[in-house]
Design a protein around this ligand. Structure first.
Ligand SMILES: NC(=O)C1=CN([C@@H]2O[C@H](COP(=O)(O)OP(=O)(O)OC[C@H]3O[C@@H](n4cnc5c(N)ncnc54)[C@H](OP(=O)(O)O)[C@@H]3O)[C@@H](O)[C@H]2O)C=CC1
Ligand SMILES: CCCCCCCCCCCCCCCC(=O)[C@@H](N)CO
Length: 327
């Protein structure tokens, strides 16, 4: 009898997760889809530097037709030459400020219909809100958030009527600071959290046109932008950001393309990022039933880990203030 009960229990323990996996397999929406890159038109904003340049290089290496957009023509030409030399691919360049809708619209018109739009441009000036000028706050929101609206508004009509019948992608470059608010990043985090709302709503609007939205969440990444940023970053910003380490732009680009190709809605880039994505899954879509399973089963435990991170960060903030009062 005891033997029977035990094996029954073991069977149940095995069947429950299998049943959950089956249910999730049946219900995950949107459905999994593959986005081909080879021979397709990949348009990257902020493609002349850092992560954007690494993305452009990777797209070219995979045989895509690549266009990049940024303000400085000099940096665009430098990027074009670099990619030409290392891949033999000729990249189209467009000089425009994403804050200028007409300029962006004209660039998109010239570039032709886009298959994969990567909205990657971004600016970051970390400072405590009390010290930061509202002009800088507005600058970050304008470039990172409103600039992304401008890009998508300009590209969407032609993306809907794609030339081929293959699925297309709109990918947005967020940041781990777009998943959790970080000291010194009130404006930056707000601009990146904004991208999440944009992405979630947009995915529902474009799904019937076979367009798939991805949100990429890198940690600190070694780029010209980060070099500038660290010169003026509050110490506490760096201490908290160190929880997730630093990646190379090429590594982020590789993760980003893996995510884009599998049309993942959330694209974390490192282990901490994977945890962060489970902790902040919320009501975001999830196409992978395996990831959905992990999210459901690990939710409580990952929340506990998140609370330990907050414990650690707040202790750090208190300690820092105590020390700097004495100094
Ligand atoms: N580096 C990091 O630690 C992390 C970065 N990110 C995000 O990744 C993205 C790229 O960052 P990163 O590679 O470090 O940045 P870089 O500063 O190295 O490059 C930024 C790119 O964006 C372009 N750009 C900036 N402002 C505008 C504008 N108004 N209109 C058009 N293009 C513009 C720049 O060209 P130009 O100046 O000529 O216009 C450049 O090509 C950003 O969205 C950033 O928030 C996310 C997490 C971490
Ligand atoms: C469940 C537990 C999760 C634990 C992991 C938490 C780690 C969070 C670290 C946040 C780092 C933010 C870096 C922002 C980089 C950036 O965007 C700037 N460099 C500007 O470009």
């Amino acid at each position: 009898m005891a033997y029977f009960n035990l094996s029954f229990l073991a069977l149940l323990l095995l069947l429950l997760p299998l049943a959950l996996l089956l249910i999730l397999y049946l219900i995950v929406r949107p459905r999994p889809v593959k986005i081909p890159i080879k021979s397709r038109h990949v348009f990257i904003t902020g493609g002349s530097s850092g992560i954007g340049l690494a993305l452009a290089h990777q797209a070219a290496s995979e045989g895509a037709r690549v266009s990049i957009l940024a303000r400085s023509m000099d940096k665009l030409e430098e990027a074009k030459n670099y990619i030409q030399l290392s891949t033999g691919i000729d990249v189209s360049i467009f000089s425009a400020d994403v804050r200028d809708y007409d300029a962006v619209s004209k660039a998109v018109e010239e570039a032709g219909p886009i298959d994969v739009l990567i909205v990657n441009q971004g600016v970051f000036v970390p400072e405590e809100l009390e010290k930061q000028g509202l002009d800088e706050v507005k600058f970050m929101v304008d470039v990172n958030l409103i600039g992304s609206f401008n890009m998508i508004k300009a590209a969407l009509p032609k993306m809907k009527k794609g030339e081929d019948s293959m699925p297309r992608s709109i990918a947005l470059m967020s940041s781990q600071a777009g998943q959790v608010g970080i000291y010194g990043y009130t404006a930056y985090s707000a601009s990146k959290f904004g991208l999440r709302g944009l992405a979630e709503a947009l995915q529902q609007e474009v799904i019937s046109h076979d367009i798939h939205v991805s949100l990429i969440f890198p940690p600190d990444t070694d780029t010209p932008g980060l070099t500038e940023e660290t010169k003026k970053r509050p110490q506490l910003t760096s201490i908290i950001a160190e929880s997730s380490g630093v990646m190379k732009a090429e590594e982020v680009a590789k993760k980003a393309f893996e995510g884009i190709k599998s049309a993942a809605f959330f694209v974390p880039c490192n282990l901490e990022g994977a945890l962060l994505s489970i902790a902040t899954a919320g009501m975001s879509p999830q196409r992978s039933f395996v990831m959905a399973f992990v999210e459901v089963v690990a939710a409580g435990l990952v929340r506990l880990v998140a609370l330990f991170f907050q414990w650690n960060w707040y202790n750090g903030i208190h300690t820092w203030h105590a020390q700097n009062k004495r100094a």
